[in-house]
Design a protein around this ligand. Structure first.
Ligand SMILES: [Zn+2]
Ligand SMILES: [Zn+2]
Length: 74
């Protein structure tokens, strides 16, 4: 009888987890990008403010590029 440990130690990560301003997903909880059928990835990312725009939210890139980094999670 063996039980697998529930956590896999990944302690080397930096503490800031970036959150998508469009849908609220983050590094630990990627959403599904239905266009490419892969987990989303960052198309914009600012580690300093811990914000980003993921590939499932391309409509927010323009906003981001205009300097608006407010989260507008529905
Ligand atoms: Zn998103
Ligand atoms: Zn996402």
């Amino acid at each position: 009888m063996s039980s697998y440990p529930f956590t896999q130690g990944e302690s080397g990560m930096s503490c800031a987890v970036a959150t998508c301003i469009g849908c609220g997903c983050d590094d630990m909880h990627a959403c599904w990008d239905e266009i490419t059928e892969t987990p989303c990835s960052w198309i914009r990312l600012d580690r300093n403010s811990a914000r980003g725009v993921c590939s499932a939210c391309p409509e927010h890139v323009e906003r981001w590029d205009n300097g608006d980094r407010e989260a507008q999670v529905p």
